[in-house]
Ligand binder design. Sequence first.
Ligand code: GCW
Length: 684
Amino acid sequence: MVRIKLIFLCILCLDVFSVEKVCSESLYAGEEAWLHYLPIKNDTLRQYYISRLGKVCLAGSKFDETIKSELSESLSDMLSFSPCFVTEKAARLCMQIDKKDSSLGEEGFRMENQNGQIRISSFSDAGLLYATYCLIRLVQCHEPLDRLKIKEIPRIDFRMLNHWDDMDGNIERGYAGNSLWKWNELPDVVNKRCWDYARLNASIGINSVVLNNVNADPRFLRTDYLKKIASLADVFRKYHIRVCLSVNFAAPLKPSKTPDVMKAWGGVGSLETANPREPVVQKWWEEKVREIYRLIPDFEGFLVKANSEGMPGPQDYHCTHADGANMLARALKPYGGFVFWRTFVYNPDIDKDRMKRSYKEFYPLDGLFDDNVVLQTKNGPLDFQVIEPPQPLFGAMKYTNMAAELQITQEYTGHSTYMVYLLPFWKRFLSFDTFCAGERARIVDILEGKVYPFPITAIAGVANTGDSLNWTGHHFAQANWFAFGRLAWNAELAEQQITEEWIKSTWGCDSTVVKIIRQMMLPTWKSFLKSSSPYGLGLTVDIETHYRAAFDIRVHKEWKVDSIGIGTDRTNRGSDYVSQYFEPNRSLFNDIKTCPEDLLLCFHFVNWDYKLSSGNSLRHEFLENLKSGVSQADENIALWLSLSGKIDKIRFLEVLYSLCQEKQDAYVFYSEAMSFFREKMKIK
Ligand code: GCW
């Protein structure tokens, strides 16, 4: 309804009598995301690019058709000029596959300007596709091409998006409409958005997609669904993206045998057991896998959530996570497939402190997993909180492939109402030094296989996409999708570079626009955490939505608060969670004086009178900081309004609307927080 109102308002704002003005730009609503090709108005710059990119020689790779259409579309939109495709001699831009340059690996490329000719080379076909998007981005960002000397090789093999999409079109923790996969239209019709989705992913280096929710409906393994999945895989393959499926460990069971959590779903199996040690179960999976590869020859593998939040798993049969993962891995192995086994488990019998549980379950299994199993592990030990210390399994697991799972969808960070740019948090997580192998064993080094020689390297992001016109609900949430992909491609890329690339390719290169949008985005994560999880306090939201303030239900369960102080003692005098870290992190977190302040309350119960590094008491700053969500929204509204006239109308109004909604919701959260904590502090 609100959207309809906005669009109406917007149409009123347009000069409807001028046909010229009611052009696609005025009605643009973000559907192209960062592949938005704004015309270059400066004629000198336009001619400059035409002279360098106007004549192209393709390499004869399997992606030629895709590369040709991407170049044609982008250049004709930006330069009002269609490139022609010519022979090597006549070309100004020349692509080639160099079978001698194996150092570039399966996906890397070089791009150099050699005597006025731009030469792109790669060892394999995919490198050329990635180079094409890199080149397009350079033009979108108005970068010069004369001194090009680029060599890019992604350091992580599997750069994955995980969709938590259900069969009925719902998306668990999705805030951007329904699923993009229209199961009732597939396999006959693969709608245009799926193609665009693949283009957007390929342009940032995503090469793998898990289509369905980890709370997996077994019916996805039915033959009719596998055919639908195959039709998506056929499209994604054109963009070097492989498809993966979340599978339910109890899929082989006949419906009457399935656990309650699965009753709403239909079954696919007919067995009495899903015990991984039973030959009949192993055979069931082998046959299923054979069927899948017949339909999808480059199928990537399975993602599994087992013995977690009610989902079935090997422990139901007194087997370990390793037994379960290896059974599936062995079925996939002959075809080159993989198992991504999640470590998100928190069985209360394991330990009183939830943060300790996953480590305690998985650490003893290190070395017992097959080489095509990857343990997919959330960044933090709790659950995608706005801030958390890194999960100590990173670094502890020496003999098991480890993948990080980040959450792009804003489950705990304001859904698609708040503008919260997550890149600063992810950067901080990836650059955390675990000290697991002496100096400089950052999480990114571990993920890239530099610390322990993992045969497989991977990173996953829980997607924030849906079928809403702008893909992500909030226009600025596109930035989190983009940033995840760019980080997965190269985690060393600077925050500034990734952010500016996104702004310029999404909103244009006007220097004021770039400056203001950057100013809006960069502080949002910090201000959100200060007001919603101050000093790393932990869960503060309601159980159902993970959005509204709900302090009462969290207190004493998740953290303590009284008139003396606040927080959770996880030091060696408390739950001793700190012991899961290597030194010096263990001591650093253990000591209130050296513990990072934004994680203080995650590790310590702190007296309200405690003096923070600013010299202020915790009491004073805690209450002051609660305002930061509202102030951030206020500042961003003012900054955004200053861009009036510089941003196309629909996007301008939609962002403005989100910011106003954010302010309203932030105010409600703030008021509830203030009255709750003031009462606990016994402030009248
Ligand atoms: O954060 C929790 C979410 C669940 C999700 C689960 C998980 C898919 O609240 O909705 O289930 O994590 O990661 O498995």
